[in-house]
Each structure stands twice: as structure tokens, then as C-alpha cells.
Ligand binder design. Structure first.
Ligand SMILES: [Ca+2]
Ligand SMILES: [Ca+2]
Length: 426
């Protein structure tokens, strides 16, 4: 096994100008949970591991739209999971995706798995994909419909295994060079592990970071101060959910073992993270690290290296275009190739932006190596010094007026147009 992996790594390192490319996307995987996936560790040993990669709009559909295009939400127009004009499958302009660009460049392109929220009740195949296995929305882990090149096919196997098989079929038949996205639903709710992995993490230590059920919320904006402590039942449910989520990752890891050796470049990423009770929150879509940070490992473009610059899911498209010699323009992201090669830019800030939600105001913000700032449409500001307060326990906006003003000027420039429901306070 080891020699096989080394051989694959060697081949990747020597990838020619038309490399075969595999992107594996997980759903709601936190950046700090990949340690249990041995295949990701192996990828990292041959590649670049990004320690501070972000989804600036940390929920499924906006993040996927950004990943597929290299554009922020304010340019994809996909602000929410939808349905409606602000988000979801219907709101996405699919004419400028990775699939379209790679197909035009002569690649054989494939997409297997979860696409965008709201992709259901249709057999539509988006442009740019020679091989399409789109998972219908709202799918369960064991009973689901794949749109197979325009035809709905009911499946009843374990979803991660079925998607892996469909991906293998593409790799076996595709004329090189090929470009493939495999988009698993693991570890998203309901987080049903494969039968062979049930109980693998039973009894694991409960997750209780310092921010768990945050005691003092006085530093937080009003919408956060209204949130109650997690009750006993919610705490137990979240602990159970975490066990099952981790168990679903084992099948995803097996999928990597199957698919990775065929590719020259491999990208492993998640669409967004997940909170397990930090700041009394369970879920995602909020401006805290556990939701925003995503795992990102890229092999085949250099390394091994640990990259500590702040990067984003919009950087993926330009990185892969550059790696494959495909020209592009007018993208929000930047190629990560210089960083993988060792160039350092510690002044980078990534954009955070989100439309107004049911109980949360719209916001614009920035995150960099040290500072995490969020400007709400209410005029409230959250500023965290990630160096001294990595759990975001105490906002220090009031103590850093000059810094806040500087960051606000940067945010005004980058958050343009502003999210729906947002305006800069006078
Ligand atoms: Ca997600
Ligand atoms: Ca606090």
C-alpha cells in the first residue's frame, strides 16, 4: 500500500501540462475533523495543507456556487440555500463553472454527487459536464435518486459507496485529460454511517471546547445574546450527531483510497464547517470559525508544505485553471500556486458576507491571520484577536477603534455590492 501511494505521489509530482484533476467535496466537514481520515493525511504528506482556508458565506449552496466559479456570493448572486431569488439551484448562473471551462479546454468532465440545494424534481444537466451523476436534493444516505446524464435512477445502496462506484466508472472510461468532482453528502445530517462503520466512534470523548455553551455573551451582538444555553437534550443529540458524523467519514476516506491514485492533482475540501455547541450554536451559517473554516489539501502541485496564509474557496478555480494552462479573467479568487511554492503574503484578508437571516442580521466582515471582524447592518461590530482568543470568547471591538476603522474601510471596498438586507450604518 505504501509503495502504491508513493508511486501515485511521484506521478502527481511529475504531472504534465494536462493533468487529470479530482476534486473531492465533503458536506459540512469541519477543518479540525480530517485527522481521522488517513487518506487525507497521506494526501497532505505529498501536497499543500491550508490551515486557514475559509468559506466566506458558510452554508451549502452559496459556498458551492463560489467553489464552482471562483466568485464571491456578491457576484454569484447565490446568497442563501433558497428557494427564491437569493439562492438555491434556480438562482445560480451555471454558464461559467469549472465544468464549462475545463470542457472547453478539451477535458473530459464529470460531476458525481451533491450539486446545489434545490436540485430536485428535475432531470436537468448543467452545461459543462460530459458525465453527470447529480444527486437529487434532500437525499437520504441509503435511498436516493441520481440524475444520470438526464435520466432519473433510483438507488438503494449506501450513498458514499454508490457515488464512489459512479466516479470509478467515469475514471475508467474518460479520455484523458479528465476533470472530476466527487461531492459526498457525508458528514451532513442525518449523518448515517455505512453499516460496517456503525459504532466506530461510540463513546468518543465529548466535544467541550472553551466556547462550548459560552457562558458570558455580553460581548456579543443582540441576536447572539438572545440565544439560550443548549438544554440537556440538545447537548446529548449533538454529541450523538458528532459520533455519527465522524463514522460517515470512514466511508468517505475509503472513497479517497479508491479514487485518488488515478489523479495527477487532487483537491480535498468541504463546503462549510459546523458548530457543536460553540457559542450555544449547533449548525452553520454564522460568522464563527467553526462554521467558516474548511479543510483544504491540494496534492500534485508541490509540497509537502503547510500554508498559513488566509485563503478562500474562491481561490480554487483560478488555481486549477492556472495549473491546467486555462486562461481566465474577472474572478474574485487568486491562484494559490505561488503560496504552494513558498511565497508568503501574511497580509491577506478573506471576505465574510451573508444576507439577512431569520434571526441574524446581514453582515460584512474580514478574516486574516490575526483579526476576525464582522460588521452587522445593525451597527454592531464583533472583533476577535485570533492570536490571543482563538475561541472567539471576547469581542474587543471597543478597545481597537483605529484598527476597526481601518478594517471597515477595507470591508467597504470588498463587500460590493453589499448583501441583501445590509447597509453600512451612517
Ligand atoms: Ca454544507
Ligand atoms: Ca464571551
Amino acid at each position: 500500500m505504501t509503495s502504491l501511494l508513493l508511486a501515485a505521489g511521484t506521478r502527481r509530482a511529475q504531472a504534465g501540462p494536462r493533468p487529470n484533476i479530482l476534486i473531492v467535496i465533503l458536506d459540512d466537514l469541519r477543518w479540525d475533523e480530517v485527522g481521522i481520515m488517513g487518506q487525507v493525511t497521506d494526501l497532505a504528506a505529498n501536497g499543500a495543507t491550508f490551515k486557514d482556508a475559509y468559506a466566506g458565506n458558510p452554508s451549502c449552496c452559496p459556498s458551492r456556487a463560489s467553489l464552482l466559479t471562483g466568485l464571491y456570493s456578491h457576484n454569484t448572486g447565490v446568497w442563501t440555500n433558497g428557494p427564491g431569488p437569493l439562492g438555491g439551484f434556480d438562482a445560480f448562473d451555471d454558464r461559467w463553472t469549472l465544468g464549462v471551462k475545463f470542457q472547453r479546454a478539451g477535458y473530459t468532465t464529470g460531476f458525481v454527487g451533491k450539486y446545489l440545494n434545490g436540485y430536485r424534481g428535475t432531470s436537468y444537466v448543467p452545461p459543462g459536464w460530459d458525465y453527470w451523476r447529480g444527486l437529487q436534493g434532500g437525499a437520504s444516505y441509503v435511498d436516493f435518486v441520481l440524475i444520470e446524464d438526464g435520466i432519473a435512477v433510483q438507488h438503494s445502496g449506501y450513498v458514499t459507496d454508490v457515488l464512489t462506484r459512479e466516479a470509478e466508472r467515469f475514471i475508467d472510461d474518460a479520455a484523458p485529460p479528465w476533470f472530476l468532482i466527487v461531492s459526498h453528502i457525508a458528514p451532513h445530517r442525518q449523518a448515517v454511517p455505512a453499516p460496517r462503520h456503525v459504532g466506530a466512534f461510540a463513546g468518543i470523548d465529548r466535544w467541550r471546547p472553551p466556547s462550548y455553551n459560552e457562558r458570558d455573551m455580553d460581548d456579543k451582538p443582540l441576536w447572539m445574546r438572545r440565544i439560550q444555553f443548549l438544554a440537556t437534550e440538545a447537548r446529548h443529540d449533538t454529541d450523538d450527531l458528532r459520533e455519527r458524523r465522524l463514522e460517515t467519514l470512514l466511508a468517505a476516506d475509503e472513497s479517497l483510497a479508491t479514487l485518488v491514485p488515478a489523479a495527477d492533482i487532487v483537491v480535498f475540501i468541504s463546503d462549510n464547517g459546523f458548530l457543536y455547541g460553540e457559542h450555544r450554536l449547533v449548525g452553520k451559517g454564522v460568522p464563527y470559525l467553526e462554521a467558516e473554516r474548511v479543510p483544504l489539501v491540494i496534492s500534485g502541485l508541490g509540497g509537502p508544505s503547510i500554508v498559513r496564509e488566509t485563503v478562500s474557496n474562491v481561490d480554487l478555480a483560478p488555481t486549477l485553471y492556472e495549473a491546467a494552462g486555462i486562461s481566465y479573467r474577472n474572478l474574485d479568487g487568486e491562484s494559490l500556486l505561488p503560496m504552494i511554492a513558498g511565497d508568503r503574503d501574511i497580509s491577506r484578508f478573506e471576505l465574510l458576507e451573508r444576507a439577512v437571516g431569520a434571526r441574524r442580521p446581514a453582515y460584512c466582515g474580514l478574516v486574516g491571520r490575526r483579526w476576525h471582524v464582522v460588521f452587522y447592518s445593525t451597527g454592531e461590530i464583533e472583533l476577535y484577536d485570533l492570536r490571543s482568543d482563538p475561541y472567539q470568547l471576547t469581542s474587543v471591538a471597543a478597545a481597537h477603534r483605529g484598527l476597526v476603522n481601518d478594517l471597515r474601510e477595507r470591508a467597504v471596498r470588498r463587500c460590493d455590492p453589499v448583501p441583501p438586507g445590509f447597509s453600512w450604518p451612517e
